[in-house]
Write a protein that binds this ligand. Structure first.
Ligand SMILES: Cc1cc2nc3c(=O)[nH]c(=O)nc-3n(C[C@H](O)[C@H](O)[C@H](O)COP(=O)(O)O)c2cc1C
Length: 315
């Protein structure tokens, strides 16, 4: 993977390997872990602009961060330019200098609402949203897909519009909305957008190894890569991608547990860390039995006990 610093608006990022927004996962603890393993920028889970407007408590939970985590991007979704601008200006977003706009989410509820990937079919509105958000003074970035379906690819035109509207960086997921997360990544579409704009373009889709990252960079000419699902199985993939040394898995798990506890109650911590351990154990001998035991844990300590048994301090 060819590493380089990357400038997004006025902000200089240490490298070009990013952690994707992942609803239900990229909370404070997980982002901090990936950052420690080398990620140059981490994105929050998507947060509803309307939820922010109405002070929805769940929305506020998603926005926990602190100085130790440092520079982080928040992702918002919505379809009303004014509400999106207000979200950018909301004091809850004050710790996040970069606001990413979700224009790729395929989830039916979001799409039917005219949000997420629905904006790919409404480029005029997408443009208005970016223009309105830019007025907030935040650094605005956009994450989008190459189209809703293979017969409606919009990548290059859409990228140009987003740049024209004031976006400082684009992340392009090289799959169509109807493919959700399956299928090949279309390198050519990402490449066509990259050569049409002057702002940084980050390629996303299918990075599960250093080789995948190299191929994605080479075939798209992108300025960097964004890793999503692979990080859930192995946050230390960022070490491989950025040339850092890996650490013991139990040590890593303990850190994530400690940082999750810093922002969540015992119940959330137990359920979340059970779920994470079930990801991390994939491929280990006896994984199915460990998963069964993990899902019956009632406290963080019980989860830690099993993690210690799986990975131990010495491995
Ligand atoms: C569980 C899950 C949650 C996701 N949540 C978001 C999200 O909140 N915002 C977003 O832009 N993309 C979201 N995505 C899409 C990913 O960021 C990424 O674009 C996609 O998974 C492709 O990258 P990958 O092949 O490396 O997984 C999500 C994907 C998954 C699997």
């Amino acid at each position: 993977m060819r590493l380089s610093t990357i400038r997004v608006g006025d902000i200089l990022l240490p490298n070009n390997v990013f952690l994707a927004p992942l609803a239900g996962y990229t909370n404070y603890a997980f982002r901090r872990l990936c950052k420690e393993y080398g990620a140059g920028l981490c994105f929050s889970e998507m947060v509803s602009a309307k939820g922010l407007k109405y002070g929805n408590e769940n929305t506020e939970d998603l926005l926990y961060t602190d100085e130790e985590e440092g520079l982080t991007a928040v992702q918002i979704f919505g379809n009303d330019p004014e509400i999106m601008r207000m979200a950018c200006e909301n004091e809850k977003l004050a710790p996040f200098p970069i606001v990413d706009i979700n224009m790729g989410c395929p989830v039916p509820k979001i799409y039917k609402n005219g949000e997420g990937s629905a904006l790919l079919e409404n480029p005029k509105l997408a443009e208005e949203i970016v223009k309105a958000c830019v007025k907030s003074g935040k650094t605005i970035t956009v994450k989008f897909r190459i189209g809703v379906s293979a017969d409606k690819l919009i990548t290059k035109e859409f990228a140009k519009r987003m740049e024209g509207a004031g976006a400082s960086m684009l992340t392009i997921h090289g799959r169509t909305k109807d493919k959700v997360y399956a299928g090949e990544v279309n390198y050519d579409e990402i490449a066509s957008a990259k050569s049409a704009v002057g702002i940084p373009v980050i390629a996303n889709g299918g990075v599960f190894s250093n080789e995948d990252a190299k191929r994605l960079m080479q075939n798209t000419g992108a300025d960097g890569v964004m890793v999503a699902r692979a990080s859930l199985f192995d946050p230390q993939l960022f070490c491989d991608l950025t040339g850092k040394e890996r650490e013991n898995k139990y040590t890593s798990f303990c850190k994530q547990m400690q940082w999750t506890r810093a922002h969540a109650d015992e119940k959330f911590t137990t359920v979340f860390m059970r779920k994470m351990a079930a990801f991390y154990v994939k491929g280990e001998r006896g994984a199915a039995a460990y998963k069964d035991r993990l899902f019956s844990c009632k406290t963080p300590e019980e989860v830690l006990e099993i993690a210690k048994e799986i990975w131990g301090e010495k491995k």
